[in-house]
Design a protein around this ligand. Sequence first.
Ligand code: NAP
Length: 278
Amino acid sequence: MLRQIAKNLPPTYINLRTMSCSAGIPRDRLKGKVAIVTASTEGIGYAIAERLANEGASVLVSSRKEKNVTGAIDKLKKQGLIVEGVVCHVGKKEDRQLLFKTAVEKFGGLDILVSNAAVNPGVGPVLECDEATWDKIFDINVKSAYLLAQESLPHLRKRGGGSIVFVSSIAGLQPMPLLGAYSVSKTTLLGLIKAASIDLGPENIRVNCLAPGIVPTNFSSALTSDKTANEAILNTIPLRRFGKAEEMGATVAFLVSDDAGYITGETIVAAGGMPSRL
Ligand code: NAP
């Protein structure tokens, strides 16, 4: 009976593995593609990995802690998704090398890089950030993202093109009070995609940014877990709610798919209408 119903539905909206009709997820949009998502064992990165895999991509999941990698992979494999995992601290060159080596060994190449890792070790006004904190923020949020993109290029070129997405932030467009240095690091990514997209366009490599608004995760818990702060923040969001990690996953899936084939050098803001001024 299910098979009969499925026959009459558009093929892209049917998961033949489970015979379930998905809630609008185009199951084959990324079929045959290989994706690396950094910092993808929790939060937004996990949701991106899950969504790309649900759309048919083979996804390499990674983060610093082995137990997190194993846990995430187990959950995704239980859904029947094609995923592998590797430990990768994006600030470590040998870990990044292992990331690309594993993608090639397990999946045969690379089409998509999603650079999602970021830190925010200190809060305060931008010009009061101490040097060690500034260095840490820029090392992970900017330099590692830059190096990952650079190191992905030989692999993308071998495939005749590809897609890179950096996860920036609404704070990169409209700095948040007390998130000064972090905000500037996220603004830097907006410049990086502009420059890289010009260089890489002729090679059919697209480079874009996602700028999420506030999404409840460990990373944003200081903003989202306090009830009073919560209400004040929600009043600044026209949609009057926080974002969902799944919504970030869906936006990245669009950006790396052929549906966004003519989009490069752009930032998609997914922030419930929060003001973005840059
Ligand atoms: P999260 O839920 O706290 O997830 C952090 C993930 O990153 C974990 O999987 C963690 O695993 C991994 N990780 C941390 N440091 C890493 C490193 N150096 N190398 C590799 N993996 C690392 O964070 P999130 O909120 O999803 O944030 C993801 C991205 O979205 C960040 O770029 C952040 O700036 C951006 N963003 C978030 C929000 C928000 O409201 N949540 C808003 C705007 C932008 P391990 O501990 O195992 O490494």
